[in-house]
Design a protein around this ligand. Structure first.
Ligand code: UDP
Length: 250
């Protein structure tokens, strides 16, 4: 069993390579599976969001996105073996899709961004089939007609992998609500990964990613939004670390 208890969720204790293998297996069994990638921000949101808790409980794969959660797991003496962040996973998934002939759909990000991400990725993986891209207008999730249009678009594309970049928890809730209807073998909520691949948002340099400072870099890129997220909201993680340590010990 790869699944271990971690704070207010469970996680699959897998390396990047093992995670890719597992995703490949899930694609082959064709059962509308989905992946979540908890980071500090998700853990903080999970604490009080019962709908998100439901999404997490039913996820087929839970991958640890971000060094700070790895540090916390070490502190708890139940180490998680590797950071498997969505943005690192994304190009590797495209590589796998190219090799195995899996078709992909990119949903999310600002207008034109999903398309640009697809164009850039196809330059690197020339046989990659991105058979659909769509960046929906802001607030689309409240518009039933728009949601239905998106669902039909994805169903018609007949893809194996759906990448959703709508930010958390919107992307996770969207996937949970519609995955049975969409019947895509695997869906993943990958946040800003489409922006990174499109090149309109810069990703932190490798040394910052490795040393757990990616959040600091993101603050420098979008100070107002990211300061609120990573400093004001996510400081709550400190209290949660204590809370779940105490729970582990009782
Ligand atoms: N986004 C979107 N529709 C929405 C809300 C967000 O397409 O209604 C996109 C936004 O343009 C960005 C991504 O969702 O491309 C979320 O980025 P965020 O920085 O929140 O991702 P994370 O930090 O979780 O990777």
């Amino acid at each position: 069993m790869t699944r271990i208890k971690f704070m207010n969720t469970e996680v699959d204790n897998l390396s990047m390579y093992e995670a890719l293998e597992k995703i490949d297996n899930l694609i082959q069994i064709k059962k509308s599976s989905y992946v979540v990638t908890p980071n500090v921000d998700h853990i903080v949101q999970l604490e009080n969001d019962s709908e998100l808790q439901e999404v997490y409980k039913n996820a087929n794969l839970i991958l640890t996105d971000g060094k700070p959660l790895i540090w916390i797991s070490n502190y708890y003496k139940t180490p998680i073996k590797e950071k498997v962040s969505g943005s690192d996973l994304f190009p590797l998934l495209c590589q796998m899709a190219e090799k195995k002939g899996y078709k992909m759909f990119f949903l999310g990000a600002a207008e034109g961004v999903a398309m640009r991400a697809a164009t850039n990725l196809k330059k690197r993986y020339s046989n990659l089939e991105v058979t659909g891209v769509y960046s929906p207008p802001l607030g689309f999730e409240k518009d039933e007609e728009e949601v239905e249009k998106i669902i039909q678009m994805i169903i018609k594309s007949d893809v194996d992998i759906l990448i959703v970049g709508l930010g958390a928890p919107k992307q996770e809730k969207f996937i949970f609500k519609y995955h049975n209807k969409l019947k895509v073998p695997i869906s993943l909520g990958l946040g800003a990964s489409l922006d990174f691949e499109a090149g309109n948002v810069k990703r932190a340099p490798k040394w910052m990613q490795k040393s757990g400072l990616e959040w600091l870099f993101r603050i420098t890129q979008d100070p107002r939004r990211m300061f609120k997220r990573y400093v004001i909201d996510d400081i709550k993680i400190v209290k949660l670390v204590g809370k779940y340590k105490a729970k582990n010990e009782t």
